[in-house]
Design a protein around this ligand. Structure first.
Ligand code: G16
Length: 543
């Protein structure tokens, strides 16, 4: 086994987006691509000499091969230890937990999240820092800077490791420790929730279905929901992770998890259903005959978290991404706790969590989490919901309707226009930005604009500023439209249009969501000249 230094030239476009580097798998498979990116990460963080790293991914195509490459580079750069999930598997929240629990210096997580997997689909790689959370913008900017000037990388010439064998192996002078991906995570969940109560609920006949979408949460959900909490075998479906997610799209939303939605809407649907994504950090919550929007789910969890032992002391505060509905703001106000509005990207919650300013965070993109790790956590959200349902002994629908009756309802939907020409999308945004100052007072369809701006964020902990984080348009009556371009797509541009309208407690709380938002959707399309620029008249996905 010998250490070698290979000269290389930079690959263009190794720029981390909303959540790490995401590209087509074939791009990651180009000779030297993973090597240069990983070496650039190590260069940007001051090297990995004597450091401990956690490495794992969602099991998609090329996961295992990329892990072998990462381990060689880490060893050749002098890392002391790599803690790796058996067979290269670690859900994103489980990786975050391991970084924290084992006091690792950081971690490399391989995932393109909810994007499909396969040689012609997507792959991703991101670096998480020692708090267990995604690297902040200062670090991702330094990584990108390194990728643009990299001239050599260090690696080992050696055979592949056996990623199945639990325990320690040596790779040069680095120790590689293969761990059970589920054990530590399950232990953490046991500390946060009343497993006895949830077990009693299920034993009493409460039925549930969890769709792991052929992705990484399968083993976690089986171990926790079936083996430990007593849900009957078969309650967790699509539970075996596969490299191409069963040729599916592991995105837990009403479009891609439609069979689950159809099931809960049917006569024989379970009392509770949920799904998680490729790497296990997203969640979708459903009850008999009802879908809970991620924004409502965050608000409901914030209002009820104290019913779970891990949150019995109350919440320090809550945070949500800017495009997420303001439903949780109303809960924070009632609880008299802080509420923060951050740009899209879980990395922006890290400082608030570390500083103890917030306990719960969430996003419209099906992400909810707490200070137990520094990533969003799909199964955690499911367990918190189950704990609340066990305590309140009412249905999901009752919880939701009771919430609206108490706080009013924030009607909410996101419309995605996928694989739009990147140039057209940029032009559309630039045109709208140029016209922002003149929008106030304008009428579009049935809506009148009251204000419009671009969202900027100043981190209250370290003072860093992030500009250009999305266009906001407010309408008379309290409606809002937000437009931004996704930072996680791999093909052209994905335009996201976020729509929201508030109905007070004495307003109409039972309208169909898209009907409630129709006027705002039309106004936003008109003001942004969406069809003119994109050629689209309807979104590809509505969540
Ligand atoms: C990532 C980020 C989230 C973000 C989501 C969508 O999630 O961690 O914070 O909300 O992408 O981002 P965008 O709108 O830019 O596509 P994940 O689950 O994909 O890692």
């Amino acid at each position: 086994m010998s250490k070698v230094t290979r000269s290389c030239t930079p690959f263009s476009g190794q720029k981390p987006g909303t959540s790490g580097l995401r590209k087509k798998t074939r791009i990651f498979m180009e000779p030297g691509y993973v090597e240069t990116f990983v070496q650039s990460v190590f260069n940007a963080i001051g090297g990995v000499q004597d450091k401990t790293l956690v490495v794992g991914g969602d099991g998609r195509f090329f996961n295992a091969e990329a892990i072998q490459t990462i381990l060689r580079i880490a060893a050749a750069n002098g890392a002391a230890r790599a803690i790796v999930g058996q067979n290269g598997l670690l859900s994103t929240p489980a990786a975050s937990n391991l970084i924290r629990k084992r006091k690792a210096n950081g971690g490399l997580i391989l995932s393109a999240s909810h994007n499909p997997g396969g040689i012609d689909e997507d792959f991703g790689l991101k670096y998480n820092i020692s708090n267990g959370g995604p690297a902040p913008e200062s670090v991702t900017a330094a990584i990108f800077e390194e990728t643009s000037k990299i001239a050599e990388y260090h690696t080992l010439e050696t055979d592949d490791l056996d990623l199945e064998r639990l325990g320690e192996q040596s790779l040069g002078s680095m120790t590689v420790e293969l761990v059970d991906p589920v054990k530590d995570y399950a232990e953490l969940m046991r500390q946060l929730f009343d497993f006895g109560k949830i077990r009693d609920l299920i034993a009493g006949g409460f039925t549930l279905r969890f769709d792991a979408m052929h992705a990484v949460t399968g083993p976690y959900a089986k171990a926790i929901l079936e083996d430990e909490l007593g849900a009957p075998a078969g309650s967790v479906i699509n539970a075996v992770p596969s490299v191409d997610f069963g040729k599916g799209h592991p995105d837990p939303n009403p479009i891609w998890a439609k069979p689950l939605v159809d099931l809960v809407m049917s006569e024989h649907g379970p009392d509770f259903a949920a799904a998680s994504d490729g790497d296990g950090d997203r969640n979708m919550i459903l009850g008999k005959g009802i879908y809970v929007t991620p924004s409502d789910s965050l608000a409901i969890l914030a209002a009820n978290a104290q019913r779970a032992p891990g949150y019995a002391a109350g919440l320090a505060g809550v945070a949500r991404s800017m495009p997420t509905s303001s439903a949780c703001d109303r809960v924070a106000e009632k609880l008299g706790i802080g509420c923060y509005e951050t740009p899209t990207g879980w990395k922006f919650f890290g400082n608030l969590l570390d500083a103890g300013r917030v306990t719960l965070c969430g996003e419209e993109s099906a992400g909810t989490g707490s200070d137990h790790v520094r990533e969003k956590d799909g199964l955690w959200a499911v367990l918190l919901w189950l704990n609340i349902l066990a305590e309140r002994a009412v249905s999901v629908r009752d919880v939701l309707e009771d919430h609206w009756a108490t706080y009013g309802r924030n009607y909410y939907s996101r419309h995605d226009y996928e694989a739009v020409s990147a140039d057209a999308a940029q032009e559309m945004m630039a045109d709208l930005i140029a016209r922002l100052p003149e929008l106030e007072g304008k009428t579009a369809g049935n809506c009148q604009v009251t204000a419009a701006d671009q969202f900027s964020y100043q981190d209250p902990v370290d003072g860093s500023v992030s500009n250009n984080q999305g266009i906001r348009i407010w309408f008379a009556g309290g409606g809002r439209g937000v437009l931004r371009l996704s930072g996680t797509g791999t093909e052209g541009a994905t335009l996201r249009v976020y729509l929201e309208r508030y109905a007070p407690t004495d307003g109409d709380l039972g309208v169909e969501t898209q009907a409630a938002l129709k006027d705002i959707a039309e106004a936003v399309a008109e003001l942004s000249r969406l069809t003119h620029y994109t050629g689209r008249t309807a979104p590809d996905v509505m969540t």
